[in-house]
Design a protein around this ligand. Sequence first.
Ligand SMILES: [Zn+2]
Length: 274
Amino acid sequence: MAIAAEYAICVIYVFVFVVGLVVGSFLNVCIYRLPRGLSIVSPRSRCPGCLSPIKAWQNIPVLSYLLLGGKCRNCGSSISIRYPMVELLNAFLYLGLYYKFGPEWYPALYMFIASVLVVITFIDLEFQLIPNVITLPVMLTGIVLSTFVLPDPYGFGEPLGLKGSLIGLFTGGGIFYAIQVLSLLILKKEGMGGGDTKMMAMLGAYIGWKSILITIFVGSLAGSIVGVALIVIKGRGRDSRIPFGPFLAFGALTAIFFGRKIVGLYLGTPEMLQ
Ligand SMILES: [Zn+2]
């Protein structure tokens, strides 16, 4: 009996991982097409080099990349390592979220937001932009879902609620909007993109204001460390622009995974520490 139960748990983990890979494959499509203003539904995937359509067997996450040796079968142009990386990253995030939150309904919502963060990260790294076509609709779903299914990350099973969602939205969006306005006024240059502001408003609507503060703290810390490291190692200029979206995504994931523990330790609330 115990062996059967362990076997079943194993099957579920494999299933979650495979779902993560398959969704990751779709995220690659979003990363390529959204910043270029293309539809994510049609046409079928093509090689960016020779535009030949990609057959179903060449579209299996990670495996196809390995089988094809990272090259297009038709024209031989190399396929970016980003494709299997995004698939694996998304699969491990799903695995981690399932491990952390268990067989509940709301981890699926965190999986959704984690996937959104993966897409934002790779688009921002390549294009230094965070498309409104992602942040605005996702922000709206956060507001709607908060009233009944999105949990309060620091509560005990109750939903985040419309009020919690809106306070989160205005905390995230407001702090970043203030930085944006102030840096334009004082430094006479854009310190923060409007995309970052909308991304933070979107996140706030999902995870609430406490998680937003953790996101900003962790994101800024990680951003400063990497920024200084780039200046020292690569001799990058102080003025060179480093996209902030990936660091905020890292901060938000830290808040989703460990926010409750962090706040529990801070407030000395033992029941928040399990
Ligand atoms: Zn090709």
